[in-house]
Design a protein around this ligand. Structure first.
Ligand SMILES: Cc1ncc(COP(=O)(O)O)c(C=O)c1O
Ligand SMILES: N[C@@H](CCOP(=O)(O)O)C(=O)O
Length: 401
């Protein structure tokens, strides 16, 4: 049993209402379960395969879900990087291993299922790339048409390719992501299209399962949970999920929620570090990590609560620090991620250098999207392949043998 409730004024709404913010005060909504009526045990969950749907008692979907087998992603112990940083308990949860290569699939399996459950006939989103790739795939699976709005020229190649190939109507606007989101919100409200950005509280329900899985894989609550922050939905979702586990008595403490942004796009970091009551939007965000090139995060209010209520923190990393960590993850750990994803681990490195982290902490960094999402940024950082004549002599010569 669940209802929608406003995170600000507490007004409650029936689950079937197609609303994204509180009609009374305009603030964000959340899905609230009556935890007393949830009778599942941790043992029951443990007997099911690791996946978003292992946790179905804490998800709002009552129909057969639109699924591409999302979740169940690996949790890697970063042994080499951890040793270099003096962090023996450093882990990465590789969300790039989801069906379309990012954590968005956890949200979309729930979001597109809810679209069908609520009788919606079409779906839409604005995107820096991954949301559109995921929505396009899940809409295809669910048999609903999808419209996606992208900031022209600022979306990584792999993501555009996915949205196009899965058959979404792809529209590139001559402005940034924040404007695309404003436009698509208006479009959806005026034309009865189901909005599947993270302002949709049901979509975030799927994303909270990243934290559930991490706790199950680690066998305990990490001391710190680190996420790259763009629109700030993921950090909010993870915190909400962990609160629910606490409410059910499955865990007895919360990790320090830690958000990492790019130096050129860091409104949440500025609010946290400046102890501001709310996030001040940034008008011209810029970073090589295009996935988190977002100046006006819609979930800022939820994210600030997550960070502040858990004694967490936020940090900004430069593009060079992001790319350097992308290379380190690839070359020292064999983990291929896109730039925004490397930001979480780069942020931990920075916090270690600042002396802000206890080295014995058990730290889970969420690495959010796959290396192949943004091949152009990869190619720019690497030497070209060595082209030779097809002879043994030429081969031995370039190998200095
Ligand atoms: C790869 C990647 N990492 C991180 C983020 C940031 O997540 P959020 O917007 O939930 O803060 C996004 C998109 O939002 C993303 O695509
Ligand atoms: N990085 C995101 C930006 C949109 O965020 P959302 O969580 O509100 O959908 C993307 O991949 O588009």
């Amino acid at each position: 049993m669940y209802r929608l409730s406003c995170i600000h004024c507490g007004a409650e709404y029936a689950p079937g209402e197609i609303i994204y913010t509180c009609p009374k005060c305009g603030h964000l909504l959340t899905v609230e379960y009556d935890l007393n009526t949830i009778s599942v045990t941790r043992d029951e969950w443990d007997r099911r395969p690791l996946s978003v749907w292992r946790y179905r008692e804490l998800l709002p979907v009552t129909i057969k879900p639109v699924s591409l087998q999302e979740g169940g992603t690996p949790l890697y112990h970063l042994e080499r990087l951890g040793e270099e940083l003096g962090l023996p308990h450093l882990y990465a949860k590789h969300e790039g291993m989801n069906p379309t290569g990012s954590f968005k699939d956890r949200g979309m399996t729930v979001g597109v299922s809810m679209a069908l459950q609520l009788g919606m006939k079409s779906v839409a989103c604005a995107s820096t790339g991954n949301t559109s790739a995921s929505l396009a795939a899940y809409a295809a699976k669910g048999g609903v048409p999808a419209v996606v709005l992208l900031p022209a020229g600022k979306v990584a190649l792999g993501k555009v390719a996915q949205a196009l190939m899965h058959g979404a109507k792809v529209i590139a606007i001559r402005d940034n992501f924040d404007r695309a989101l404003e436009l698509v919100r208006e479009l959806c409200i005026k034309h009865g299209i189901y909005l599947l950005n993270s302002v949709n509280p049901y979509r975030l329900e799927g994303q909270k399962t990243i934290a559930f899985e991490a706790v199950d894989q680690l066998g305990d609550v990490p001391d710190r949970f680190v996420l790259p922050v763009g629109n700030a939905g993921n950090i909010s979702a993870a915190y909400k999920g962990l609160r629910e586990l606490e409410g059910l008595g499955f865990i007895d403490r919360l990790p320090m929620m830690t958000g990492i942004q790019a130096a050129g796009s860091q409104p949440v970091v500025q609010a946290v570090r400046g102890s501001l009551p709310e996030v001040v939007p940034q008008t011209n965000p810029e970073t090589v990590a295009t996935a988190i090139r977002i100046g006006a995060p819609v979930n800022a209010e939820k994210a600030l609560t997550a960070i502040r209520a858990t004694g967490g923190t936020a940090a900004a990393v430069t593009d060079e620090e992001i790319l350097s960590m992308q290379r380190d993850l690839a070359r020292k750990e064999g983990i291929g991620v896109e730039p925004a994803s490397a930001a979480s681990v780069a942020g931990i490195k920075k916090l270690v250098e600042e002396g802000a982290i206890d080295r014995d902490e058990r730290i889970v960094c969420v690495v959010t999207g796959h290396l192949l999402k943004d091949p152009e940024t990869v190619i720019k950082q690497c030497p070209s392949p060595i082209e030779i004549e097809a002879t043994e002599q030429a081969l031995l010569s370039v190998l200095h043998l």
